[in-house]
Design a binder for this molecule. Structure first.
Ligand code: PLP
Ligand code: 3DJ
Length: 429
């Protein structure tokens, strides 16, 4: 059991009646109707690919049949295609604590990481070190290594908890994920950013596993750069464009490396020489994937639903409160029903350190994950031994969590995961 366990004595598993009562009191419950989800499935993988919003189908149909089909190229003007990366960027910005004009959507997180890392290093000439977390998502580490080779900088891996040992005047930039993709650990963005700034370095946050699931305050903590994908908690769809945050105070001096024509000050002057736009438009690269951008619009529009905009707390506070209630419920269930079956809760128990997922360490985690999918409970497996369950408060009910954990307990107790149908084979998960 994890060292920060709250109690050694497991309380009884939360009852289904309690979960039903929590759903009746849930102000976010109506938001579930905004998503297409198959009957008979409990979806606990929204931290990898969010569910499809109902509104996305008519929206994409309109983009294809009317905008592309009828308005053709005039759509760049008449249907607002040209403004879409920055317009949706502002919508993402509102969810990550960024005032308008600092976020633009496009390309993949990997590309945006490259953009941000190179730009950060260029803002700290003479400094020779990039810090990243050895537990960071692989692409974050691969890109850091490549930028290090390209610019002749050393890449040092350290977790945010060991930052103090590595922060000195050699560090140009620290690049961390706000939520660890494997364990679900949430880091203290303000404290880490402040420590990095004390050393004169810049801070780059990867928000993939945070944006849309919990409040992020990029402006308030004075982050320098941030990137993230939109296909997880922002429900933008498979391969949805990522985004980059470039703090206003750096926009005049930042030198982004990918100088595509969309980021030019006057793109349609078609000049021979590159002059970056003065605004966040400088972070655009090439022609954006319009259909995917449009689909992202439907995902972001859910956050403007009345249930998420009214009441005493902001939408993200309500989302966070529900997320914690759902993960609390799952942890309570794990403690009372799964610990005796050899399951260890890996995700931190304290609310301050927990993202919106629950990672459970167990033997046969791959097979257990497959057996769960066979019973309609979709989570994912992360090697070597983690079952990862993601909790998207917008479309998950308390009873879903209760029922999923009940199925998990049954799969483990019955050892049904030993069925050859669930044996390990290469797969995209
Ligand atoms: C923390 C983190 N960064 C980056 C990525 C992926 O980046 P990309 O959008 O380039 O596939 C993921 C997940 O795929 C991730 O979890
Ligand atoms: N982006 C993914 C994909 O294209 C296929 C399968 C999974 C993904 C993911 O997003 C993985 C995810 N970042 C993770 O946290 O493991």
């Amino acid at each position: 059991m994890s060292s920060d366990a709250l109690t050694d004595v497991a309380l009884p598993a939360p009852s289904r009646a309690d979960a039903e009562a929590a759903d009746r009191a849930d102000l976010l419950a109506p938001v579930l109707q905004r998503f297409q989800l198959p009957a008979g499935v409990i979806y606990l993988d929204g931290n990898s690919l969010g569910a499809a919003p109902v509104a996305v189908t008519p929206l994409i149909e309109d983009v294809i049949t009317r905008q592309w089909g009828q308005d053709l190229i005039t759509s760049w003007n008449v249907n607002g295609w040209w403004e879409l990366p920055a317009r949706l960027g502002d919508e993402v910005g509102a969810l990550i604590g960024a005032a308008a004009g600092q976020v633009v959507c496009g390309d993949s997180t990997s590309v945006q990481l490259f953009q941000a890392l190179v730009a950060a290093c260029r803002l700290r000439p003479g400094r020779t070190v990039i810090l990243t977390d050895g537990a960071n998502f692989p692409t974050d580490q691969y890109i850091a290594d490549s930028v290090g080779r390209l610019l002749g900088l050393q890449v040092i891996r350290c977790p945010p908890s060991e930052l103090a040992e590595h922060l000195d005047e050699r560090v140009a930039v620290a690049s961390f994920s706000l939520v660890d993709y494997r364990t679900g650990e949430l880091f203290d963005a303000a404290t880490v950013t402040n420590a990095v700034h004390q050393a004169g370095a810049l801070m780059l946050w990867d928000l993939c596993h945070a944006a849309g699931a919990l409040p992020v305050h990029l402006d308030a903590i004075e982050a320098d750069f941030a990137v993230g994908c939109t296909y997880k908690y922002l429900n933008g769809g498979p391969g949805a464009p990522a985004y980059i945050y470039l703090a206003q105070r750096h926009q005049a001096r930042a030198e982004l490396p990918l100088t595509g024509w969309n980021g030019h000050r006057t793109p349609f002057a078609l000049d021979q020489d590159y002059q970056p736009a003065e605004s966040i438009e400088q972070a655009r690269i090439g022609t954006p994937p319009l259909l995917s951008l449009a689909a992202l619009g439907a995902g972001l529009a859910v956050f403007a639903e009345p249930e998420l905009c009214s009441g005493l707390t902001s939408g993200l506070d309500s989302i966070r409160a529900k997320s914690l209630a759902l993960t609390d419920l799952a942890i309570a269930f794990a403690d009372s029903e799964l610990a005796a079956l050899g399951v260890e809760v890996v995700t931190p128990r304290s609310h301050e350190r927990r993202g919106s997922q629950l990672s459970l360490r167990m033997e046969h985690a791959y097979e257990v994950c497959q057996a769960l999918i066979g019973r309609g409970v979709i989570g994912d497996f992360r090697a070597p031994d983690l079952l990862r369950l993601g909790f998207t408060p917008l479309y998950l009910r308390h009873v879903d969590v209760h029922d999923a954990m009940t199925v998990l307990a049954d799969v483990l107790a019955s050892k049904s995961y030993l069925d050859p149908a669930y044996a390990r084979r290469a797969a995209v998960t």
